[in-house]
Design a binder for this molecule. Structure first.
Ligand SMILES: O=c1ccn([C@@H]2O[C@H](COP(=O)(O)O)[C@@H](O)[C@H]2O)c(=O)[nH]1
Length: 238
């Protein structure tokens, strides 16, 4: 069984560990997310390895800097052949617009398919107490909707958000806008450092296009079995 809507977060520190997990998950998983830990350890080699293994890649490096720096960075990353790249929406509309143009131009010059460019809204680890401390009088869901609309207006293809806000994003951004939801926890799973979580079934019911699952699979005693259980839950929710 396999479902491209499941993206497994490959949060390990070495190529050997990454290879072992990809091997173990086999054909049950076709989409992997590569984040800072693995990319800063091994660089572009991991993207080439996954692509050669027939996998799709979400390169989750969350760029956040001035427009020119982010544009140049996303242009360089485009060459690696990932299907999804991302930046922080908090970098602003001008920064997101610059990144969107840079990705399109780089893909055109290289003659490759343009990766989707999506924006981080508010990290799923952020809880309401911490948010209110930082932004008195503002509510998370309203801010997520605002950031998602900004990303859409800047020409991005979608956002990363908590499954708890997916429905609200759909309501303001419509159907033709990608919603990728980390913070996924099957019933009874440890939350770890996540706060605004939900089950795979709930995320999909709220309009998420993709769910991102890391530790509930990668730290399980039997990662393949954990992935298969999530895939079964996804199938039930169709
Ligand atoms: O808001 C965000 C944005 C990105 N992430 C990333 O997703 C995975 C989640 O891993 P779990 O082990 O399932 O918690 C991780 O790589 C984060 O960097 C996120 O969690 N929230």
């Amino acid at each position: 069984m396999n479902d491209k809507r499941l993206i497994v977060a490959l949060d390990v520190a070495t190529m050997a560990k990454a290879r072992a997990l990809v091997d173990e998950l086999g054909d049950s998983v076709t989409y992997y997310k590569v984040g800072m830990e693995l990319f800063y350890s091994v660089g572009g080699e991991i993207v080439r390895f996954l692509r050669n293994a027939g996998k799709e890649v979400f390169l989750d490096l969350k760029l956040h800097d001035i427009p020119n720096t982010v544009a140049q960075g996303t242009a360089r990353l485009t060459r690696l052949g990932a299907s999804i790249l991302n930046v922080h929406a908090a970098g602003g509309r001008t920064m997101m617009r610059a990144a969107a143009i840079a990705v399109t131009d780089a893909a055109t010059t290289l003659g490759i398919a343009k990766p989707k460019l999506i924006a981080i809204t508010i990290l799923t680890s952020m809880d309401r107490e911490e948010w209110t401390h930082m932004h008195p009088g503002s509510d998370i869901a309203g801010q997520v909707q605002l950031l998602a609309r900004m990303a859409q207006e800047a020409g991005l293809d979608g956002v990363v958000a908590s499954p708890q806000e997916a429905g609200k994003i759909r309501a303001v951004c419509g159907q033709d806008f990608l919603i990728v939801t980390p913070g996924i926890r099957p019933q009874g799973a440890a939350l770890n450092d996540q706060s605004r979580t939900a089950t795979p079934e709930f995320a999909l019911s709220q309009g998420a296009d993709y769910i991102v699952v890391g530790r509930p699979i990668t730290k399980a005693d039997n990662p393949r079995e954990a992935a298969e259980q999530i895939l079964q839950e996804m199938r039930r929710s169709q």
